[in-house]
Design a protein. Structure first.
Length: 587
């Protein structure tokens, strides 16, 4: 904890007491923090961390069925009165007070809404002693000045209950007179990553007994190594195939000395308490990694985090978004994201949401048709969108060049259809025209909200098909090319009545090319396309690679047909990543 000298003369000459925190956010506490300490704004005000990791690895594991989800979450470094992770304490100081009588005493007390969500510690020698619970400090300690630390027991979750702000009050009683001073602080917001940030740890679920998933994970690691990522994929101990959907990784950070950041990573459990995979996140908890449960109800697909993307940082019309904005879909008709989801992101007061229309999709996730990628422009990023018209133009060009009889899908176990068959199917064309219109409306909203121009948009060819997803799941599990439903690991497929899907009927026909894993600014892993092969080239795959290459991104393709595509998702849905922490959000 960096502490700069405070003037003893100020407290003595003025005759008042003083408590200071890092109000100017330079990582130290000194006289420069006096101005503005009674308020908190985006530009000024002290910050503390939600200290919810497990530095001693003392918390129970998710496999202990006797431990409830709530009890699992409650065990962390901010539980109880022990400073398990003192490195995460936000610094406070009191000015030395001279001229006190020997009977003088003091207390440091958190006050107001949220008072029970913070802890205040006093450093005595090498020990941190919790004093925010009413412990009295002596005249001798007050005369020397107190070295204090604050941490949070929780994150902000609902503005109606707590906006994250807290007042820390120093109270001194002497000769029958009670005097006080205070400082306002706020818990650091939970920030979700954007895909221009380099992946640090990449995650995937256990493969269980399902051989195709084992092959998929091996192929992913090969592709990652070729792209320069040399770590193994970290396994989440669940057979739920959708590692993107039950967790979103983020972080909370506060200023450190010398312009650095002190941060804790946070795994956010999707608001799907009926989805058992979320419990496995608690096994990832450890030093510098915490877990937050969002609440929710049942298992609604719209509450999966495949329905959450993040627009990277930007400035538009005089307004700054220093860590970008969350983007999610509302499927309407009673299947909008749960109020706990909406309240959680609103409570962070930082990544102001952009809400898209996903009512036309059977699953209802934004990652089915849009992503944010690095780009060679002033902003440093752009929007990549699944483009139906570009894909249809590709097929029509192939037909015009005499390749209409070529198989539309090059995968041998797919029902045979030629390019002519697809282009001659009026219902299929109508479905894709609907998707094109819906995507255009969403893109108009995104461009208006971000300032991205039409010329900057990366259009990646892709197509849709119509399917009632309940029937779709039933159908694909009966195909000769797919294993019996019972051989899927638990959680990959659930009875349709256990999951609430979107009201729409459209789903990816070819694997959705924008639904992949961005590793860093120059490497992307996309699902293998299985498009028409002409002169030895998959024309759809080549077009996808070309679209990303225009932004300096090299694309590797991995087959996810049996593991994800036939059951409604792709590579992005089945993987996840923690990413590098960007510039300080408070700047």
């Amino acid at each position: 904890m960096a502490l700069a000298p405070l003037s003893q003369g100020h407290a003595q000459a003025s005759g008042r007491i003083e408590i200071l925190a890092d109000t100017n956010r330079d990582g130290t506490v000194d006289a420069a923090d006096r101005d503005g300490k009674y308020e908190w704004s985006s530009n000024r005000g002290a910050i503390f961390l939600p200290n919810i990791g497990d530095s001693a690895k003392r918390c129970p594991r998710s496999a202990d069925k006797a431990i409830s989800d709530a009890a699992l979450e409650a065990c962390n470094d901010a539980q109880g009165d022990v400073a398990w992770a003192p490195e995460n304490l936000a610094p406070l100081r009191t000015a030395p007070i001279k001229g006190l009588s020997g009977k003088a005493s003091g207390q440091v007390v958190p006050t107001g809404p949220g008072a029970d969500r913070v802890r205040v510690f006093l450093k005595r020698g090498t020990r941190w002693v919790m004093i925010g619970n009413g412990l009295v400090v002596s005249e001798r300690e007050l005369a020397a000045g107190l070295e204090l630390g604050v941490d949070g027991r929780d994150v902000a979750r609902d503005l109606r209950k707590w906006d994250g702000r807290i007042t820390i009050e120093l109270r001194v009683k002497d000769r029958g007179v009670l005097a006080s001073d205070s400082v306002v602080m706020r818990v650091a917001p939970v920030i979700v990553h954007n895909h221009t940030q380099r992946a640090q740890d990449i995650f995937g679920p256990d493969s269980g007994r399902y051989a195709p998933h084992k092959t998929f994970m091996t192929d992913m690691e090969v592709a990652l190594r070729k792209g320069g990522y040399d770590r193994p994929i970290r396994r989440i101990q669940t057979n739920d195939n959708w590692a993107q959907d039950f967790v979103e990784f983020g972080y909370a950070s506060m200023p450190g000395a010398g312009g650095t950041q002190k941060a804790i990573r946070i795994a956010i459990r999707s608001p799907q308490p009926g989805r058992a995979a979320g419990r496995a996140l608690f096994d990832l908890r450890g030093p510098g990694m915490g877990v937050v449960q969002m609440g929710g109800q049942g298992y609604h697909q719209v509450d999966s985090f495949g329905n959450l993307e993040t627009a990277p940082p930007y400035r538009l019309a005089g307004k700054d978004y220093p860590v970008g904005r969350v983007v999610y879909g509302d499927a309407g008709d009673g299947v909008a994201p749960h109020e706990d989801w909406i309240n959680f992101f609103a409570a962070q007061q930082l990544q102001s949401p952009i809400v898209l229309d996903t009512s036309w999709l059977a699953i209802g996730h934004v990652d089915e048709f849009v992503q944010f990628i690095p780009a060679n422009n002033v902003r440093g990023w752009t929007i990549a969108v699944k483009d139906v018209d570009a894909a249809l133009a590709l097929l029509r060009k192939a037909k015009a060049e005499g390749h209409g009889k070529v198989a539309a899908f090059s995968r041998p176990d797919v029902r045979p259809r030629s390019i002519d068959d697809l282009l001659g199917n009026a219902d299929w064309l109508r479905q894709n025209e609907q998707a094109s219109r819906k995507i255009a409306l969403n893109m108009a909203l995104l461009m208006a909200e971000t300032g991205i121009s039409e010329e900057e948009v990366v259009r990646v060819p892709g197509l849709f098909t119509e399917s009632d997803f309940h029937d779709f799941v039933s159908t694909v599990t009966k195909k000769a090319s797919a294993p019996p439903a019972g051989s899927y690991p638990d959680g990959i497929l659930l009875p349709p009545e256990d999951i609430t899907y979107g009201p729409g009927v459209l789903i990816a026909d070819y694997p959705a090319p924008v639904n992949g894993l961005l590793v860093d600014r120059t490497h992307y892993i996309a699902p293998r396309q299985w498009g028409p092969v002409i002169d030895g080239v998959d024309i759809l795959e080549a077009a996808v690679a070309k679209a990303y290459a225009a932004q300096g991104i090299e694309t590797a393709f991995v087959d996810d047909w049996m593991t994800h595509h036939i059951i409604g998702g792709e590579i992005h849905c089945g993987t996840n990543a923690t990413r590098e922490i960007g510039a300080p959000w408070w700047r």
